[in-house]
Design a protein around this ligand. Structure first.
Ligand code: PMP
Length: 351
């Protein structure tokens, strides 16, 4: 009988909230609600049928991204979203019985991709205030550790890890691929990209899905040591990044004023919303990203359902008691969220 490998059968399914998402105001996927730069859109619209008929080549895009990041093209691999970069690293470095260290709460895809290799996932809890558990990660590193993933800033907590702590982990696990997932880098500005090429076991992942508003186009970057990346290129499908993504990459990078304005707006709106939620008595954790994690306590389900019925989707972090993750949209959108929330709470109080 045809049989799928056990490690695939045991993989947890990723339940995307998308099927159930409100089309009206979707604040559950950390997407941009304003979309990409008009320059990117103009470039896409200019593409003709002949252009779309060709297989895409990553080379020019990798040159552009390398120049943008101050790296060599050999230190950059373009991927089908940061997701593919994570999957590729798991496939390249993890054998069954190897160990992958992640810090929980974490982005769900790490475990899912790791399960595909049959490796053991070692979950190190963040500190109670969600700060980076440096000492416990160092303790968790063993002779079996072949990968460590650090999300900086973290999803879903919004917390950051400090550079010195990350360097300690890199030094303590020289035989492990250490992935710095910098998907939310643009909202925070701290990066380890300057260490690529200097520290051979370091990989940095970035994405165009968040600040660049291109989640639907699927474009990510994996930066790392030239030797390691040359091996990874073998494991990667030759046309992993589609032509639309590659064609608009130059315009996306060139329109930094668009990204900067968007990031400034998101940060200001995030802090405004945080103040509002806290004045309603709900704890929010400091965030360096385009989302807030908020503790709604016993009212969590009422809030989720009440907002859903008003066309707004927020993310239930079922792994964190009482907590909801709210992506930050425009100021007007977040004012709508707040007004809807107040209505829901009033209705609940009147019961
Ligand atoms: N890493 C983290 C921490 C994320 O939150 C996400 C997306 N939500 C990704 C990676 C994947 O991003 P992409 O859309 O580039 O695959």
């Amino acid at each position: 009988m045809l049989r799928v490998r056990d490690c695939i059968l045991q993989m947890r399914e990723y339940h995307s909230p998308l099927d159930d998402s409100a089309e009206d105001l979707r604040l559950d996927m950390n997407e941009s609600t304003i979309g990409c730069s008009p320059r990117v859109l103009a470039k896409m619209r200019s593409l003709d049928a002949k252009c779309l008929a060709r297989y895409p080549s990553r080379e020019q895009g990798e040159n552009l991204v390398a120049a943008f990041l101050g790296l060599q093209p050999s230190e950059v691999l373009l991927t089908n979203g940061a997701d593919e970069a994570i999957d590729l690293l798991c496939r390249a470095y993890l054998d069954a019985e190897d160990e992958l260290i992640i810090i929980v709460p974490a982005f769900a895809m790490y475990e899912i991709f790791a399960q595909g290799s049959g490796a053991k996932v070692v979950r190190v809890p963040a500190e109670p205030d969600f700060s980076f558990p440096a000492a416990r990660i160092l303790q968790a590193i063993s002779s079996r550790t072949r990968m460590v993933i650090i999300t900086n800033p973290n999803n879903p907590t919004g917390a950051i890890a400090h550079r010195e702590d990350i360097l300690k982990v890199l030094a303590a696990a020289p035989d492990a691929a250490v992935l710095l997932d910098e998907a939310y880098f643009d909202f925070c500005g701290q990066s380890m990209i300057d260490q690529v090429g200097k520290v051979p076991n370091l990989f940095v992942a970035r994405t165009f899905s968040k600040a660049y508003g291109l989640a639907g186009v699927r474009l990510g970057v994996l930066a790392g040591d030239t030797m390691q990346l040359s091996a990874l290129r073998r494991a990667c499908a030759p046309f992993n990044v589609n032509l639309l993504a590659l064609e608009c990459l130059g315009e996306a990078l060139a329109d930094q004023p668009f990204v900067d304005t968007f990031v400034q707006q998101v940060k200001a709106t995030r802090e405004w919303l945080r103040g509002q939620l806290e004045s309603l008595g709900f704890k929010c954790w400091p965030s360096h990203t385009n989302f807030l994690l908020c503790d709604f306590g016993a009212t969590k389900q009422v809030v989720l359902q009440g907002l859903r019925s008003r066309g707004i989707s927020l993310r239930d972090r079922s792994d964190l008691k009482g907590c909801i993750r709210v992506s930050i949209g425009t100021q007007a959108e977040m004012e709508r969220v707040l007004a809807a929330l107040k209505q829901v709470l009033q209705k609940q109080a009147a019961r």
